[in-house]
Ligand binder design. Structure first.
Ligand code: CAA
Length: 258
């Protein structure tokens, strides 16, 4: 990673922070930026020392969407063969929890990227929107589906059809974000949450994440099967034995990730 990397990575203890770094273009999600992001996430996902990941765009802007300039003249087949948006699906496969820390615009693909994360925290400056309609397209990275599930079909419909933005406080009221705080406090709050999650048994965290995500992506029946499968699977871990023994012995558990 160099200073001109489009994604900056830092690891502090068990928490990694990825910062989108294309400020002049409001962190527009160019293919190169997304490749760097996916590579960084894949690397962190494989790093056993990392237990939670924060994804941010810094204090000014989260991301103003997919890079319009990189696709303005593309044909449908170019979009398909370049996998311009399809490649983003890799983010969904990351096993570690990802917390989006959003300040400023999270628009189009930026809003969709935040929604690919597991928890969204926002500063008071955050604005969420799916403005694709204004440039003659529709959301292509999950906006019509995830936003609808997050805030309900009528609010999502209004946003997708008008391109209007949602303030941080409305996003909180509608359940899209879990916390709103001043911009200068956002990263430390995200870090506090990430550190809390990082103290929990990592295999249970990963299987819990998978089960919760299934709730939004499958039927309740399939989701219940995944939940039960993951629940049973965790009885094969040392952390389950340790967690339950510690409870019975009235002491603090020490989790190893085994
Ligand atoms: N793609 C490429 N470049 C972008 C960009 C984007 N999505 N958003 C902003 N930029 C660039 C601008 O072109 C500009 O670059 P130049 O200085 O070289 O002209 C720079 O970032 C600063 O932007 P503005 O001058 O426009 O800043 P502003 O403060 O006046 O406006 C804004 C901010 C309202 C966010 C405006 O930039 C904007 O509307 N951006 C586009 C938002 C959008 O439509 N996003 C959806 C993209 S499509 C998509 O994401 C599809 C999908 O589902 C995956």
């Amino acid at each position: 990673m160099t200073d001109d990397s489009l994604v900056l990575a830092s690891v502090d203890g068990a928490v990694a922070t990825l910062t989108l770094n294309r400020p002049k273009a409001l962190n527009a999600l160019s293919p190169q930026l997304m490749d760097e992001l996916i590579e960084a996430l894949t690397h962190l996902d494989d790093d056993r020392a990392v237990r939670a990941i924060i994804l941010t765009g810094g204090p000014q802007v989260f991301a103003a969407g997919a890079d319009i300039k990189a696709m303005a003249t593309a044909s449908p087949m170019e979009m398909v063969t370049r996998r311009t948006i399809a490649r983003w699906a890799r983010i969904r496969d990351v096993r570690k929890p990802i917390i989006a820390a959003v300040s400023g615009y999270a628009l189009g693909g930026g809003c969709e990227l935040a929604m690919m994360c597991d928890i969204i925290m926002a500063s008071e400056t955050a604005q969420f929107g799916q403005p694709e309609i204004n440039i003659g397209i529709i959301p292509g990275a999950g906006g019509t589906q995830r936003l609808t599930r997050a805030i309900g079909p009528y609010r999502a419909m209004q946003m997708v059809l008008t391109g209007e933005m949602l303030s941080a406080h409305d996003a909180y009221a509608f359940g899209l974000v879990t916390r709103v705080c001043p911009v200068e406090a956002l990263l430390s709050e995200a870090r506090r949450l990430a550190e809390t999650i990082a103290t929990r048994p990592p295999l249970a965290v990963q299987l819990a994440k998978q089960a919760v995500r299934f709730a939004a992506e499958t039927t309740v029946r399939e989701g219940l099967e995944i939940e039960l499968r993951n629940f049973y699977l965790l009885f094969d871990t040392a952390d389950q034995k340790e967690g339950m023994a510690a409870f019975i012995e009235k002491r603090k558990a020490t989790f190893t990730g085994e």
